[in-house]
Design a protein. Sequence first.
Length: 726
Amino acid sequence: MKSILLLLLSTSAMAADFEHALTLPKRTENLVFRDRVKANWLPDGKSFWYRIQTGPKNHEFILIQAATGERKTAQSLKALGLPEQEALKSSTAKIELRKTTRTGEESGLKFINQLDADVDLFWVNQQGEHIRYGGIRAGAEREQHTFDGHVWLITSRTGEHLAIIEAGPLVQTLIIDGKGISKAKEEAKKPQEPGFRSPNGAFLVTSEATPVTRRQITIVDSSPKEGVQPRLKVIDYIKPGDPLPKPQMVITHKEDRKIRVPTNLYENPFTESGKLDVTWSPDSREFYFDYNQRGHQLYRVLAADPQTGAVRVVVEETSKTFIDYTHKTWRHWLHTSGELLWMSERDGWCHLHLYDTKTGKVKNQITRGAWPVREVLHVNDAKREIWFLASGLRKEEDPYHLHLCRVNFDGSGFQQLTQGDGNHHIEFSPNRDFFTDTYSRADLPPVHEVHRSRDGSLVCELEKADATQLLAAGWTMPERIVAKGRDGTTDIHGILIKPSHFDPAKKYPVIEDIYAGPHSAFAPKDFGRLLNQHILSELGFIIVKLDGMGTNHRGKAFHDVCWKNIKDAGFPDRKLWIKAAAQTRPWMDLTRVGIYGGSAGGQNSMRALLDHHDFYKVAVADCGCHDNRMDKIWWNEQWMGWPVDESYARSSNKDDAHKLEGHLLLIVDELDTNVDPATTTQVVGALQKAGKTFDFMPIIGTGHGAAETPYGSRLRMEFLVRHLHP
């Protein structure tokens, strides 16, 4: 009787803890002030105004003279001497945010930025986190691959929310004009036949390829919204090792004469569509196209003569591991001078180079050093200077922090134009004489400043965000922690979150939120509420999130750890980091360590209990790409290489299922078109064959990210509580 009573009391207490944790988003909503600044520049280009939130229901209008820093504050624009209709230009109103809750079939978005300022593009994932996908230049267009149901956020460079879009089943063209976002048209998912005309109209270039059989997978919608009977869905889904088309460029002249461009310099391109994009020189004497050889160890920019079809190499990159073609093959054509700005990791760090396009030779390396160029923001052809974001510039600062820099084409005149210890987001004035700078850290609310572009000198501080009420509501500030990695010298960076009811006299189990995808880095660098992590922490856990070796933005050697070795996932660094943190934090109980993640993080989470069960005792793996042979081609061949070899088997959770020790919960969604659901069910079969005990929960009627549904999230929390709390 006594044991039953204790169980009832425990269950009741757990329910209360869950309810308290789940109310955290509501309890901490709208409690950070002076955190968002959007500069609305006036026609003179020397002054701007912004609206700032000063309390839950209060705001002020600020007018800034950028040349002097003079500041005026009022309760209305009229009081500042500005017409009230100026308020229509402001996009400081908070847009109702949504997060991705399903992954349908492949689709796309095309953005047309009609603003005179650059904007940033973010995917809002299943956890509500904003994953940056680069920017869209002022007046430029951008196409983005996505899936039906995925949510995208467009912000100004200072972080103001301009629009949020949920992708549909058709490709949508969307216009960004400062009035929200308007839909121009919808296009069928199947692209139009490629054709690239010369500036003088004399030629037409197309790419032709013999069709290859495309792999299809079948998923079952067991409980459709309409009707009773299950429905089959068949989708194209190309996997590593599958055959790909091999296109050949064909030039058609006005008189219908055709020239087939020899393929000896582009024999085996990595392309799912069988198409190669073309850039023409203004004089129509050449056109340029890229050759990304399958396996991602050879990348060329090629030039072809439309009169003869002769092809030559302008740029050639090679790597013994991989070329990060999705992030580090930026270029800018300087047709007038016959030059090309090119990005490369050939010296071990992502840097810029100046090429002579006629000779195909490097004229000079523009940037250099043990730090990476992260993004080029602007090229001034006339002044021959480049404005870009870089990280790792100062040894004493987090090497992931972005800073604004400028350099001349010949490599002279390098300047770091931002100084604050934080991650910087930049927006230039219309004439680029000034820029507003917003920087923050996971443990520092945003600071807003305005600077002179010529030398980065500070005009004035605009605002410092106030998070006092957020902290008073029970939200805890993350701690940033640095510890040495597996080599004993490389710093590994991450954060730690404590519950609001933290008691240093107690012992707390530790849970790692993991995502070790090599395409980026994932420990938070900007200030945010990090609600998923904080909700879980409120259940009596210490939450950690960090980036081990094999992730991006720390140089080629750091990144190359992932090559043909996805299973590594930085675990040797992660364990050392957590142990180092616990040495000065005795309240971290390293006998009770759990881990969770989704997609690539799902693969990582299960791997923790296969290879590292001496440390990790509990894992929740959501929609994991548990076998890189089963997942989509473009992501897996990038890091695991081609042809498919034994390294794929070495990283397979299915092949290693017999090694499982500890408590494992597998979650999968039946309608996942991102990661083939059979990837998880094959793991289930292998675990059963090996006689292993584990938990398995399919989530019905949802897509990728099933653990972020209300049911999946609750299930994950209950599993971690059950196995990590005594």
